[in-house]
Design a protein around this ligand. Structure first.
Ligand SMILES: [Zn+2]
Length: 450
């Protein structure tokens, strides 16, 4: 923050509990839990000018903006106010291994091999806790409300990782809501280990997950018995009342998604299955895409797009510039009423060398990559209400009675929200100033020589 920033003055007002009125806050309508208050002005971006009254950490009222004034008032003068955002697809167990893990070459097969080598060499409880804590402290500093992480759950690794996850979930309780899904290649469910893994997941209140490729294989090949494998997974899930979250078709050419949809219908799991990635949908012909989207809708699947990681891994060949974006057709899916969230996925690991667990940054990139603008319409929903719905949690929106978990941005329009990284955002948790410093990379310095 420089001396000209009004933020120190704003922030100083937000350190006392009690009653605070955020006057003239600009909130995207897509992020409001309830209808726009009567008489509130809505701008051309679809954002409403409102006063938000906070009492004892909760939002007491949201009304049309009135004149500034009053002892309890923090004048925002039309600055954007957002809820804390939700990352519904992450990999906290893989994160922050850059420098230590072998170089992946930036390809999907390379990333798998590099991750396997790093996992076998290093992933004990201490290492997992240290890297998960680094990731969570980073997300916390950026104002993330909730994360669903996938956890590599191979035989011999699962107990170690899930126990470490249980510890960080307990430690971050009340600050970041954490969910986890077990991640293994689909054929892991065909043997005895499938049931054991499902028991571990159930014991931790997790989700049954998997990736629609064979062990050691790539997306789009080697799963001739996919229907049988999906049946085994769904039976294990149903026996334990577990929701399902899968990595699906993370490639230009792959066709597991219709199989997943039909399995969800076969097992009565409509509305209980999330599919991440689904990149190959983008390269289907128009008619096939329409039919597949109709099937996804029938199956009640939710989709999560991971645009930063898809752009990094897809269509990569050494010495050749990528020709396609690698992202799923989000606009067509949303138009068909399918719940779609954007999420961060990998962070500084062999699957994605970059990232910082910043959902505002992920959303800003998603808008540009997926053309969710002109008009913006309800694009902000991808980072708040949509992932909240997928995770089944009360967060990611601004509404009366909700905790005042908010971000105040130095921006007066959505184009300004999207243009800058907003490293100077003010973060409120339960109505109190909650900004924390990012953890320093220096704490991971030993990885660079490992
Ligand atoms: Zn993933």
């Amino acid at each position: 923050m420089n001396d000209l920033s009004p933020f120190p003055r704003l922030a100083a007002r937000l350190t006392r509990p009690g009653r605070i009125r955020l006057a003239k806050a600009c909130v995207p309508v897509a992020l409001l839990t309830d209808d726009v208050p009567d008489d509130a002005r809505v701008d051309r971006n679809g954002s409403a000018l409102v006063d938000i009254l906070i009492e004892d950490g909760r939002i007491a009222t949201i009304t049309a903006a009135l004149a500034d004034g009053g002892d309890d008032t923090v004048a925002l003068d039309g600055r954007h106010v957002w809820p804390l955002l939700i990352d519904a697809h992450a990999h906290l167990d893989k994160g922050h291994t850059m420098g230590r893990a072998p170089d992946s070459g930036g390809t999907h097969p390379g990333a798998r091999a590099a991750t396997t080598a790093d996992r076998l060499a290093h992933w004990n409880a201490e290492d997992l806790l240290r890297r998960m804590e680094f990731g969570l402290a980073t997300a916390d500093a950026h104002g993330v409300a909730a994360i669903r992480t996938h956890l590599d759950s191979h035989e011999g690794q699962a107990e170690i990782t899930w126990n470490a996850f249980a510890k960080v979930r307990e430690r971050w309780k009340g600050r970041i809501v954490l969910q986890a899904a077990g991640l293994v290649p689909l054929d892991a469910y065909s043997g005895d280990y499938g049931a054991r893994l499902a028991d571990i997941v159930a014991g931790h209140g997790g989700l049954l997950g998997g990736v629609t490729r064979a062990s050691g294989g790539t997306h789009g090949s080697g799963l001739d018995d996919i229907d049988l494998l999906l049946d085994q997974l769904f039976v294990l899930a149903k026996e334990r009342e577990l929701e399902v979250d899968l990595h699906v078709d993370e490639a230009a050419q792959a066709d597991a998604l219709p199989h997943v949809a039909r399995a969800a219908i076969r097992h009565g799991y409509e509305g209980r299955v999330t599919c991440g990635h689904c990149c190959s949908l983008a390269l289907l012909g128009e008619r096939e895409l329409r039919d597949t989207i109709a099937l996804i809708a029938d199956a009640g699947l939710s989709l999560i797009t991971l645009p930063t990681v898809n752009m990094y891994l897809q269509d990569r060949e050494a010495g050749r510039t990528p020709r396609w974006r690698g992202v799923t057709p989000v606009q067509e899916l949303r138009a068909a009423g399918i719940p779609v969230a954007s999420a961060g996925d990998n962070c500084r690991d062999p699957f994605f060398a970059y990232g910082d667990h910043d959902m505002l940054d992920t959303w800003r990139q998603a808008v540009r990559i997926l053309h969710l603008d002109h008009p913006y319409a309800d694009a902000p929903a991808l980072a708040g209400p949509a992932p909240a719905g997928i995770m089944g949690i009360d967060a990611g929106t601004i509404g009366v009675g909700r905790p005042a978990d908010l971000m105040i941005l130095e921006a007066w329009s959505l184009d300004q929200v999207i243009s800058r990284p907003h490293a100077d955002r003010v973060i409120l948790r339960k109505g109190m100033l909650a900004n924390r410093a990012l953890p320093s990379y220096s704490t991971l310095a030993d990885f660079l020589t490992a």
